[in-house]
Design a protein around this ligand. Structure first.
Ligand SMILES: [Zn+2]
Length: 281
């Protein structure tokens, strides 16, 4: 897993873009949005500068009592103005090649949607805040829905702000029994550098998106063919060390997806189990 590239900040001023967006809204909606502009920008300031406290935020007043404003704010996202269409394009285009191809939340599917990290239903004021818009596949976006915290604890990795992804926490294990193909399992292990809370966020992220089961499904398909390749290679007279090197190269060359990329973990455990694989049957 790897972080997304945030296009806001120095490149795109969040405040200025919000002002541009509401200036492009016509009639009563434009007037109403202008009247709450400063209040929304105060909320922007909190998100952008006090993210470490964000899980303790009180529910938004726009959401609870001010439903007209709530609809206006959601309208800024749903019915995109010219400014917002450009921002949307820039968010996708500025990602690494890896994250143009794969959703950061799962690294399995193509990111075709933008996830509101903090959902619009609860916090409509963040509907077009770039920091809150993360490229995401349809499956993860639907599964995540509006749930981003529980009992004032965040439940998902924030791919712009959370900077712990360089620590290894995902591991794959092969379990050999009497069948042709060993069982594969993925487990999360807390790295020493992570706080309990950071590791809790990762654990919820995996749990809520059902990532371990999805990785097992994908891995089983790869594993069967890798085992055939290894067995043929051994039959042709290659040594265990040579075979191990070939498999090891496969995970070294996928490091662009980070230390916790499920395929790296899979190839790592295969390379550590060449002898066991050759002894199958
Ligand atoms: Zn996804």
């Amino acid at each position: 897993m790897i972080n997304c590239n945030y296009v806001g900040g120095e490149n795109i001023d969040e405040t200025l873009r919000f002002v541009n967006i509401i200036n492009e809204k016509n009639g009563d909606r434009g007037i109403r949005l202008t009247s709450i502009q400063q209040r929304v920008l105060n909320r922007y300031d909190f998100y952008l500068n006090h993210f470490e406290e964000i899980e303790n935020m009180e529910n938004s007043i726009f959401s609870i009592q001010e439903t007209d404003y709530k609809n206006d704010l959601k309208h800024c996202y749903k019915v995109g103005t010219n400014t917002f269409r450009i921002i949307r394009g820039e968010i996708f285009n500025s990602q690494s090649n890896q994250l143009k191809a794969y959703c950061p939340y799962c690294l399995l599917n193509t990111p075709t949607t933008l996830d509101h990290y903090i959902g619009q239903t609860e916090f409509p004021e963040f509907s077009v805040l770039i920091k809150n818009l993360i490229p995401c596949c349809y499956v993860c976006n639907k599964k995540k829905d509006d749930i981003w915290r529980n009992n004032n604890r965040r439940r998902y990795i924030h791919f712009y702000n959370d900077n712990f992804l360089n620590n290894r926490f995902l591991y794959a294990n092969l379990e050999f029994n009497n069948s042709d193909v060993p069982n594969i399992n993925f487990e999360l292990i807390k790295p020493p550098n992570l706080t309990d809370y950071e590791f809790e966020i990762i654990s919820w992220h995996f749990e809520d998106l059902d990532l371990r089961n999805k990785y097992i499904e994908r891995s089983n398909a790869i594993l069967s063919s890798e085992i055939q390749i290894i067995l043929h290679s051994y039959e042709r007279g290659n040594t265990i060390d040579t075979i191990r090197e070939v498999v090891r190269d496969k995970y070294i060359y996928t490091t662009g997806f980070g230390l916790n990329y499920w395929q790296n973990c899979l190839y790592e455990t295969i390379s550590n189990n060449i002898e066991n694989i050759i002894n199958i049957n």
